[in-house]
Write a protein that binds this ligand. Structure first.
Ligand SMILES: [Ca+2]
Length: 183
């Protein structure tokens, strides 16, 4: 009996650790309902769950210049006044489409309680070409007053071709004092 209690405690501790931050399952590891999709994420056409040596991650595959491939999450900001966002990405032969913004992007927005976008809250990191393996990205931002939710959307916008891998997405509440002053 004691053994079983210890096992359950260990499981709960692992889950709490994996879910640290505002975004659950940002590492794509959990598929508790075994439907082949990472829990909390929808996988539209062009998005797939990949597995390399036991590490699961999201892959977006370019499907031509008339197609946008994107996944979307919305998370409550709760009491957070500032957040640190981090993730790692890997690009393979991403060929831009007709417009400058037809590339790989991680689009983030702050929304107020009426779901209206509060402009300029987050940078939209964008990528094209190939990276040399996985590359870590991180930034910190103060949340605008009135932020109720944060949306995050990794996307391939009308690219000719290529694949965009993303993993270990974390959105963590931090002390606003930790946000570097804007230059
Ligand atoms: Ca992972």
């Amino acid at each position: 009996m004691m053994h079983r209690i210890a096992l359950i405690s260990a499981t709960i501790a692992t889950l709490a650790c994996a879910d640290a931050g505002l975004l659950g399952n940002g590492d794509f590891q959990t598929d508790a309902d075994k439907d082949g999709k990472p829990d909390g994420w929808a996988l539209p056409t062009g998005a797939s769950l990949e597995n390399e040596g036991g590490n699961r991650f999201l892959r977006l595959t370019g499907a031509g210049t008339s197609t946008q491939v994107a996944v979307f999450r919305e998370l409550p900001a709760g009491a957070a006044k500032a957040v640190r966002v981090s993730f790692r990405i890997r690009c393979t032969d991403i060929k831009r489409g007709a417009e400058n913004w037809h590339d790989a992007r991680v689009v983030m927005e702050a929304k107020d309680a009426q779901k209206a976008t509060i402009k300029g809250a987050f940078p939209h990191l964008n990528f094209k070409g190939s990276t040399n393996g996985w590359v870590e990205k991180s930034f910190a931002r103060t949340l605008p007053d009135g932020t109720a939710t944060i949306t995050i959307m990794p996307a391939l916008f009308m690219v000719e071709s290529g694949t965009f891998d993303i993993d270990d997405i974390k959105v963590a509440a931090i002390d606003p004092a930790e946000v570097p002053a804007a230059k």
